[in-house]
Design a protein. Structure first.
Ligand code: HEC
Length: 161
């Protein structure tokens, strides 16, 4: 009896949240969905930065932890597969949405894919080096990993330095 009630309750919850989701997606104005797209891509980049933080710390002399280095680099490689998708929505029509993305992104999707792939490859190469436990080789692979962030930012992002 108890089990049945719990099952019913959770089915009801799923239905309700499903309905809410549908309604809010339909009610979004074009500006709201552009703002949501910008929010989404910034979240991805912030989470990528969260993961590169400890790696950059090691490159600057913090104690070397091969396990964290490998884990975080694999996460970055995986998240980087989402970058082309996140940078596919042209959000330039709305001036009051805060973004540092340059409008050249929308006409250069092939290059965005290439630069995202370079990040994936360099993050995996870094992770492979970390997996050997060799600190010198791992930190030696950091320049290419970090360089693939700058390589895209230099071309497609407002200079924030
Ligand atoms: C293929 C292009 C590309 C690559 C590769 C890339 N970025 Fe970015 N990044 C962008 C763009 C475009 C923005 C601007 C997003 C916006 O403001 O709408 C951005 C924004 C950011 C931001 C600011 C997010 C915010 O809150 O405004 C951070 C942090 C960031 N990137 C970190 C990184 C790191 C770290 C790497 C490498 C591990 C990286 N990015 C690789 C294109 C890229």
């Amino acid at each position: 009896m108890m089990k049945k009630i719990v099952l019913l309750l959770s089915a009801a919850t799923i239905t309700v949240s499903g309905v809410l989701f549908t309604v809010s997606a339909q009610d979004q104005t074009p500006e709201e969905s552009a703002a949501a797209a910008v929010d989404q891509r910034k979240s991805l980049f912030k989470t990528i930065r969260y993961n590169i933080g400890p790696i950059a710390g090691m490159a600057q002399g913090a104690p070397f932890d091969a396990e964290v280095a490998e884990r975080n680099a694999r996460r970055i490689a995986s998240m980087a597969t989402m970058i082309p998708e996140m940078l596919a929505v042209d959000t330039s029509a709305f001036d009051n949405i805060e973004t540092t993305a340059l409008d050249s992104i929308w006409d250069n999707q092939g290059d965005i894919a290439t630069k995202s792939q370079a990040l994936i490859d360099n993050a995996n190469a870094f992770a492979d080096a970390a997996a050997t436990g060799d600190m010198g080789a791992t930190l030696g692979a950091f320049r290419a990993l970090g360089g693939s962030c700058g390589n895209c930012h230099d071309t497609y992002r407002v200079d924030t330095d």
